[in-house]
Design a protein around this ligand. Structure first.
Ligand code: ZN
Length: 232
């Protein structure tokens, strides 16, 4: 089978790094983004610009980049209570999880991605899940991903491989990985073009990119960038 992959590409730092990781390794790479009724669609709006930037800046990657898919999963936003889809505060809940947790999100994303990869003949599915310095979302844990890989292969009769290149590295190492893959140019592109902020704020520019600077996603990104710059 062709060395081909489908990357879950949201337009954020992690998924953009995963996309570069895939372009470095696979002959054909397709991308998929999910519209799940997120309060701030700015991340999705960044996707096209990032893809165009990668094509323009990396001539060796450009021919590998295939179709970009978007899937409407607005039903997920309608059935769940999350600060990502409802206008509620970002705070820690009694469950020990932040209110930004959207139950089932990665399970649904990976299942939909597998259904798409099945049709497109793409044996590898790549996601930016990470359990190193993360928000504690249980569907980002390696154990969940491995169980889902087994379930998808049993249920679809395929041998998909779910690759999670960021699983065991922290945010500083994610910036280092981007640098190793695409040099300073990729670091700059990720800093300026990707979006991570939970509040959808692109009005404020920081060393590490745009964002409110205070939400948990911005805090994680800022700390990681600072440690990367300091070589930690
Ligand atoms: Zn923010």
């Amino acid at each position: 089978m062709t060395k081909a992959a489908l990357v879950l590409f949201s337009g954020g730092q992690d998924s953009t790094t995963c996309l570069a990781w895939a372009l470095d390794r696979f002959e054909r790479v397709e991308t998929v983004g999910f519209d799940y009724g997120q309060r701030h669609r700015i991340e999705l709006d960044c996707r096209e610009g990032i893809i165009a930037g990668l094509k323009a800046s990396y001539p060796n990657w450009a021919p590998r980049l295939g179709e970009d898919h978007t899937i409407d999963l607005s039903v997920l936003g309608r059935i769940s209570e999350s600060a990502l889809t409802r206008d509620t505060a970002i705070e820690m809940q009694d469950s020990g999880l932040p209110s930004t947790f959207l139950p089932g999100r990665n399970i649904v994303f990976l299942t939909m991605a597998a259904a798409l990869a099945y049709r497109r003949g793409l044996p590898h599915i790549i996601g930016g899940m990470c359990e190193t310095d993360y928000s504690g979302y249980p569907d980002c844990r390696n154990e969940t991903i491995r169980a889902l890989e087994t379930a998808l292969n049993l249920g679809m009769g395929r041998q998909f491989v779910l690759d999670t290149p960021l699983m065991w590295i922290d945010k500083a190492a994610t910036w280092r990985l981007a640098e190793a893959l695409g040099g300073d140019r990729l670091v700059t592109m990720i800093r300026d073009e990707t979006h991570t902020c939970y509040l959808g704020d692109r009005g404020q520019r920081h060393d590490w990119g745009y964002g409110c600077g205070t939400c948990p996603a911005c805090a994680l990104r800022a700390t990681g960038y600072e440690r990367y710059r300091l070589g930690q």
